[in-house]
Design a protein around this ligand. Sequence first.
Ligand code: ATP
Length: 323
Amino acid sequence: IKCIGILTSGGDAPGMNAAIRAVTRAAIYNGFEVKGIYRGYKGLITGEIAPFKTQNVSNIIQQGGTILKTARCQEFKTAEGRKIAYDTLVKENIDALVVIGGDGTLTGARIFATEYNYPIVGLPGTIDNDLYGTDTTIGYDTALNTIMEAVDKIRDTATSHERLFFIEVMGRDAGFLALNGAIATGAEAAIIPEISTEVDQLEELIKNGFRKSKNSSIVLVAESPITGGAMHLAERVQKEYPQYDVRVTILGHIQRGGSPTAHDRILASRMGAAAIDALLEDQRNVMIGIRNNEIEYVPFNKAIKNDKPIDRELLNTLRKLSI
Ligand code: ATP
């Protein structure tokens, strides 16, 4: 391997820039050339590629988003599209890839790597924290802090007006942001997809008397179709309890933005450096994970299994503390 290509793909996440910086600098430190590929897999098809030097990644560790841009690329899901991508890599003399993104990105990487026997190392870049084999993903901690700050503000108005707020947070089919966001803000409950098939969480909430002695309540809802979303739940409650002043806030894209927290910068830096170590050790088709503070190489098919379990202890803690 002489030249390493790097790209970001799927939804953007704070800390992706810190990861780009780390991969670039660690690669150059080890004597590799680096090329930046723009707009995810799309850039491999359109050939939007530029050489990256250390100064290309100066002054970006603190910036949200991704300087390489990101995109969703349908063409890469077809064999013809991936053939064009492979030809581009050969033409550009790129011998290995580091891809940063969520489960879709790593799925694409796994398929491509197998099809062309091509070395790829992945970094988990998504606010959803839904990749198996790593305690947290790049961007998750920043999103969680953004949620915490927003909910704190909503609580001020919720308390003043004695309202019941349903606040919808991101996470796709994962409840990490909702559950930990609820614990961090002292919310009354989190409605998450992971336990939706076990219990009707809204029913449980009502049964337990969700307002109790309190004069305001906040419930965090994961955006997933499995939970039905905040709007749907609020309508159900309002119908049954017209006396309550029910409101809905959908936090939306503010959750993706902003300067990454120290945790995400350090995570991205360690993972980026580890990606180059992995390539030096002839690893391929693995995602870099950090579990119990140790770097781990997680095979793509394990990382994207999509059954990262929610911690029951966290659920119980929320229940105990919201009485
Ligand atoms: P996030 O979880 O933050 O949304 P993601 O990486 O899961 O990020 P996706 O839109 O699911 O985002 O995937 C990003 C890109 O990965 C897709 O646009 C596509 O180019 C590629 N990709 C996803 N699934 C496949 C697949 N089955 N085969 C080939 N490529 C894929």
